[in-house]
Design a binder for this molecule. Sequence first.
Ligand code: MD3
Ligand code: FE
Length: 229
Amino acid sequence: MSFHSSTRHRPMHSTPDLFDSAPAAREAIADGAWLLRGFALDQAKLLLDAIQQVAAQAAFRHQVTPGGHTMSAAMSSCGQLGWVTDRFGYRYSEQDPLTQQCWPAMPPILRQIAVEAAAAAGYEGFEPDACLINRYETGAKMGLHQDKDEDDMDAPIVSISLGAPIRFLFGGLARTDKAADWKLEHGDVVVWGGPSRLFFHGVAPLGKRAEHPLTGPVRYNLTFRKVRV
Ligand code: MD3
Ligand code: FE
């Protein structure tokens, strides 16, 4: 995977030419979690096209939580399994409840970048069977939660941010652990494995002025998961 050199963090006096041939920068942001700034930048347009192709078959929808709240982020899924919530609970499902059809196949361009990002973070052989797609419009957010509906807790989760920037929050294994605050921007990829796989996390409301030339005032987040062992 190529890497946008201007997004690299280099020591102030290092020689740019030497540094430019180094592997993509990875920043440790928690125990087992790596931030790969700009890892998906070169492919961003293709990824956005693939999202639209998925959404043409499995429309973005605002799901309802078991507590009766309508989620502010709209969601879709592709791959073998999609994540569904309704009044009865959360679960992974092989069918889209809106169409009663299988979810669209995971576009190869999506799978490929997720597998490459996992490997770049030290998780070789990642085989995602689900890709969840979140769409945030102005004010949309996601409260602090853990991702634990997957059977396979050894596999990492890979997340790709596209479009408008957002403040991402993550804490620790307990809901009350102090949450750190990171800005996630277009093209950023985060790989969550090891202990961080079960850390509480969420995103602050998409800001009124947050936008990106390719998406306008909209942010997409892709998360790749291995659900079945
Ligand atoms: C840390 N999505 O879909 S991505 C989700 O920006 C979700 O749409 C957020 O949380 C979003 O479940 C955050 C970053 C992320 C994703 C999964 C994680 C961080 C994670 C799983 C475990 C720990
Ligand atoms: Fe999550």
